[in-house]
Design a protein around this ligand. Structure first.
Ligand SMILES: [Zn+2]
Ligand SMILES: [Zn+2]
Length: 306
């Protein structure tokens, strides 16, 4: 009888631990910037910690340094999902790949992205062939672990492991096409990352019932925008505050953070105000290394060195 009780207790603990684990996703904004160089906002990259794995979405400028700030080993990044092939989203892909290899990534790096990803990575591999061959020869790092497995994806579920599901869906970033947003599901928790997009009905449709929306924003002072055809062109394939309010009001996520922040002729506080005046739900201006813990409750935690 005692043994049965003890077994029941152990089983209950295991189920409790599994339930806790199944109920949690941690998202960290590694880079909240755009092509514009900034010391405060690195290139686009979002780290998702889920089910004991690290999933990296985009690999913009400075991503390796941000991982270092978090004490995360570069070699632990084994899955990268690219939203699209604009240079600001891929300019540090080689850094994650090769630095992770130098720091003993045990197996090939997996990269998922739109058509053209395989070609891009093949060309990177050619460009670094001399370095890879040298390091393999003199450091014995192992050529297999330094390899990259690239997947040109189609919309749908593209990754499914340990109860983690990643679904790619098309967004409207024309003339860049295809461009993807991603939905991550784990247990009862779900997160959507917009990538770069204008208002996208497909994103709204794929975001039913989500906990967290990580969405891009571009806001330009109207007077500046009127006089600047180049900015008008750029604005057309990004999301302005009015469009973001429309997205948020349709989805009503438990919380939302803005990223890929392009603000011209106004302050970021003004942009946040524009959105929060028109949308009642919770929404934050993203910052590099801000993390969002998505569980039964949601915590938005600004970066602190301590
Ligand atoms: Zn971008
Ligand atoms: Zn883009």
């Amino acid at each position: 009888m005692k043994l049965i009780k003890k077994s029941f207790f152990v089983l209950a603990m295991v189920l409790y631990a599994a339930a806790c684990n199944a109920d949690f996703i941690k998202v960290t904004l590694l880079g909240t910037g755009s092509p514009r160089p900034s010391v405060d906002r690195n290139g686009p990259a979002v780290l998702v910690e889920v089910g004991g794995k690290y999933l990296l979405f985009d690999s913009g400028r400075g991503v390796v340094q941000r991982l270092q700030q978090l004490d995360i080993r570069i070699s632990d990044i084994q899955q990268i999902f690219l939203t699209h092939l604009h240079s600001d989203h891929i300019s540090a892909l080689d850094d994650v790949w090769l630095t992770g290899w130098i720091y003993q990534r045990p197996s090939p790096l997996n990269i998922y992205g739109p058509n053209g990803t395989k070609s891009f990575v093949d060309h990177l591999s050619q460009a670094y062939a001399y370095d890879v061959q040298l390091r393999n020869q003199y450091s014995g790092l192992g050529i297999n672990a330094g390899a990259v497995v690239t997947n040109d994806i189609e919309p749908g579920v593209i990754y499914s492991e340990n109860g983690i599901k990643v679904t790619a869906f098309l967004v409207d970033h024309r003339p860049v096409a295809p461009a993807y947003g991603y939905r991550i599901d784990f247990g009862e928790r779900s997160v959507v990352i917009s990538g770069d997009t204008s208002y996208s009905q497909s994103l709204v449709d794929h975001s039913v019932g989500i906990d967290l929306l990580v969405h891009e924003i571009m806001s330009v002072d109207h007077k500046i925008l009127e006089k600047n055809p180049r900015l008008q062109k750029i604005q057309r394939y990004h999301t302005n505050p009015e469009q973001l309010v429309k997205v948020l009001s349709s989805i009503k996520p438990r919380t939302a953070v803005m990223t890929h922040i392009i603000v011209v002729g106004m302050s970021e506080d003004e942009v946040l105000k524009q959105v929060t005046i028109a949308y009642e739900g919770e929404v934050h201006m993203g910052e590099d290394l801000m993390s969002i813990e998505v569980g039964s409750s949601i915590k938005v935690i600004p970066y602190s060195k301590n």
